[in-house]
Design a protein. Structure first.
Length: 322
């Protein structure tokens, strides 16, 4: 499904001497400079009725017309996969992602992904990069994820993520009893041996994770985590780095250790919890259309809630027996 973008504007005199693509990027901030360059190269931009060139200089006063057709950006097929849509308008979708749902198609998961589900939910998303998905959650991580529904919203959200103005908070159960919250500031890059894993690495990209204690248990802690950056597996890598890996994490959590003296119910729960106990619980951003600061919250899914309740019951028994 293709759609058009049509714009008409006049180059201000003060932009005299600038390259056309630079001038347009300043005049039409809703679209990225690379996108505008694509339209110019495709002959979809005219300057005083003549086909424009990316590098040509403007003198001021020219009439610019953009008549661009948005081309399909993905070849993935729509699939009727049920989505938990928390919020929807003309600009945004906010999805509460369940555990087990992969976000993007890849070699191991060519179909059955969130992207396939989104294309079925809104066929127009085929015109956006990655069907409007601007950030991701790991397959086994649950919670809130925002999707753009048009090119302007997509550009806005990508910039907001780069500028770190999107607030993302998570709830996680970690191994060990943390005495206080803190901040982990350690660069993250590919693991030097296992390329499917990430690791704290001096040559990695800047990564900053803030966390605070919500509740302490016998041998675990419920923490609220806020991402300042958004590196792959960031929370999982950073919590393992401070020796408090996320409970159930099959990659970074290490071997299962059952707390000494724990209730049979808790031991069974821990033994059967086969994913990282991590949930994206809150999302806050400036709406690309209204400019309003808006936020959403999603309660923990049933399996994580049951784990927290088992931890609390075990902690209560420990206190009662003390």
């Amino acid at each position: 499904m293709a759609s058009n973008v049509q714009l008409q504007l006049t180059i201000p005199d003060e932009m005299r001497g600038q390259r056309l693509d630079v001038a347009l990027a300043a005049l039409v901030p809703d679209y990225s400079r690379s996108r505008l360059q694509q339209w110019i190269r495709a002959g979809q931009v005219t300057l005083d009725s003549h086909v424009a060139q990316v590098r040509q200089k403007v003198t001021g006063g020219e009439q610019v017309r953009v008549d661009a057709e948005l081309q399909e950006q993905t070849r993935s097929a729509p699939e009727p996969i049920e989505l938990d849509v928390v919020y929807a308008d003309d600009d945004l979708l906010v999805i509460n992602k369940p555990a087990g749902l992969v976000v993007h198609p890849a070699a191991g998961n060519p179909a059955g992904t969130l992207l396939n589900a989104l294309l079925h939910y809104d066929a127009g998303l085929v015109n956006l990069p990655r069907a409007g998905i601007v950030h991701r959650l790991d397959k086994s991580t649950t919670g809130l994820l925002v999707v753009a529904r048009n090119l302007i919203a997509h550009h806005h959200l990508v910039n907001a993520l780069q500028e770190r103005s999107v607030r993302r908070e998570y709830l996680a159960v970690v191994n060990g009893v943390l005495t206080a919250g803190g901040c982990v500031e350690a660069p993250i890059g590919r693991h030097p041996v296992d390329r499917k894993r990430m690791a704290v690495s001096p040559g990695g990209k800047e990564a900053i994770t803030h966390y605070r204690v919500e509740q302490r248990y016998r041998a675990h802690t419920l923490v609220r985590v806020r991402l300042e950056t958004g590196r792959t597996h960031q929370i999982r890598v950073h919590m393992a780095h401070i020796h408090s890996p996320i409970t159930g994490d099959p990659v970074y959590g290490g071997r299962l250790r059952l707390p000494a003296g724990a209730t049979p119910e808790l031991n069974e729960m821990l033994g059967n919890f086969r994913r990282q106990a991590l949930h994206a619980t809150r999302l806050e951003l400036v709406h690309p259309g209204s400019g309003e600061l808006i936020s959403w919250e999603a309660a923990m899914p049933a399996d994580l809630q049951q784990l927290v309740e088992a931890l609390a019951a075990d902690a209560a028994e420990l206190r009662d027996g003390a």
